[in-house]
Design a protein around this ligand. Structure first.
Ligand code: NDP
Length: 295
């Protein structure tokens, strides 16, 4: 069990760019902050700012009632947390794992934590390091509601918005995966578009103002998708799937004419063609989500 001074303190395990930002925000909020990283030396700035640099993960864990973990993935967080000495030190304390990985890994880690008497919350960070400690940070959490409420005052030192998504420990990771799916496929489209534009003699600077306009189409499209998919209505009025398939084919042809790999667009076009082939050509693009989800 932790003492009351341990309860007003926080430990950060993992001092990559994100772990350092988290620890920095805790320090700025005046919390007693202990830090540790696998590779030594990454705590230097933080120690200069008042953090306690622990010599081992178990020493770092022993310093606080709340342990925030932020490493590259759950293989790494397992390597840190599941050593006997660390697991022993964690007993009775709370781990908030802000490392990104799959919902299955989050659930499996929660089972391991429960078997070792460790209180466990999972979470994900949806914004870049520069937002941490500012109103622009976005954190999502899942796991026992009471445990979340108990630690929220300290977590709020990280700034921004914190949302508890439910008691299913895998839920934050599930949101994270879905949101990163949007991000990485959009970014893949973005870099591909820049390559094709360049091949046509258009600079990235010339394209940027128009690209921003395309980006602005997405927020209302998300609202529309939410209504359509959850209600099961897929109006293709104004932009049926058949028209989308034709537009996507132009992108494939232009890319390949320049010798540019069109694999991402071919995959997207393939999904749209399958939905058309199943008789949904007059429906809107969101119909593909329903078709993909069929088992
Ligand atoms: P990385 O994802 O590169 O993670 C680096 C950290 O992981 C370092 O502390 C590194 O330690 C540690 N690590 C890697 N392998 C191991 C291992 N086997 N054992 C112990 N520690 C290990 O950098 P970030 O800090 O940016 O990201 C951390 C997490 O935050 C990731 O899950 C990422 O997806 C998430 N995130 C990051 C964002 C960002 O903008 N950077 C935004 C949103 C989420 P060492 O120094 O010893 O190599």
């Amino acid at each position: 069990m932790s003492t009351s001074s341990e309860q007003s303190a926080v430990t950060v395990l993992g001092l990559g760019p994100m772990g350092r930002s988290l620890a920095g925000a805790f320090l700025d909020a005046g919390l007693r902050t202990t830090v540790w990283n696998r590779t030594p030396g990454k705590d230097q700035d933080l120690v200069e700012r008042g953090a306690v640099g622990a010599r081992s993960a178990e020493e770092a864990v022993a310093a606080s009632g709340l342990i925030v973990v932020c490493v590259v993935n759950y293989d790494a967080s397992d390597a840190v947390l599941r050593r006997d000495a660390v697991a022993e030190a964690l007993k009775g304390r709370t781990v908030v794992n802000l490392t990104a990985d799959t919902p299955a890994r989050a659930r499996e880690t929660a089972d391991w934590a429960a078997a070792h008497g460790i209180r466990y919350l999972d979470g994900a960070i949806m914004t870049p390091t520069a937002t941490i400690g500012t109103p622009h940070a976005v954190f999502i959490h899942s796991g026992p509601q009471e445990l979340y409420q108990e630690h929220l005052p300290v977590l709020e030192a990280l700034g921004g918005a914190h949302t508890h998504l439910g008691e299913d420990i895998g839920r934050a990771a599930a949101y994270d995966i879905a949101l990163l799916d949007i991000f990485w496929t959009a970014m893949a489209g973005c870099v591909h578009a820049l390559a094709v534009a360049r091949a046509e003699g258009i600079t990235a600077r010339e394209l940027a103002p128009f690209a921003k306009g395309i980006g602005a189409i997405l927020p209302p499209a998300f609202e529309e998708a939410a209504e359509e998919l959850d209600n099961g209505t897929f109006s293709g009025e104004g932009n049926p799937l058949t028209s989308a398939v034709s537009s996507m084919a132009h992108i494939v042809h232009t890319s390949e004419a320049h010798g540019i790999d069109a694999g991402v667009m071919r995959a997207a076009e393939g999904m749209a063609r399958r939905a058309v082939g199943q008789g949904h050509g007059a429906d809107g693009f969101i119909r593909i989500a329903e078709v993909l989800g069929r088992r």
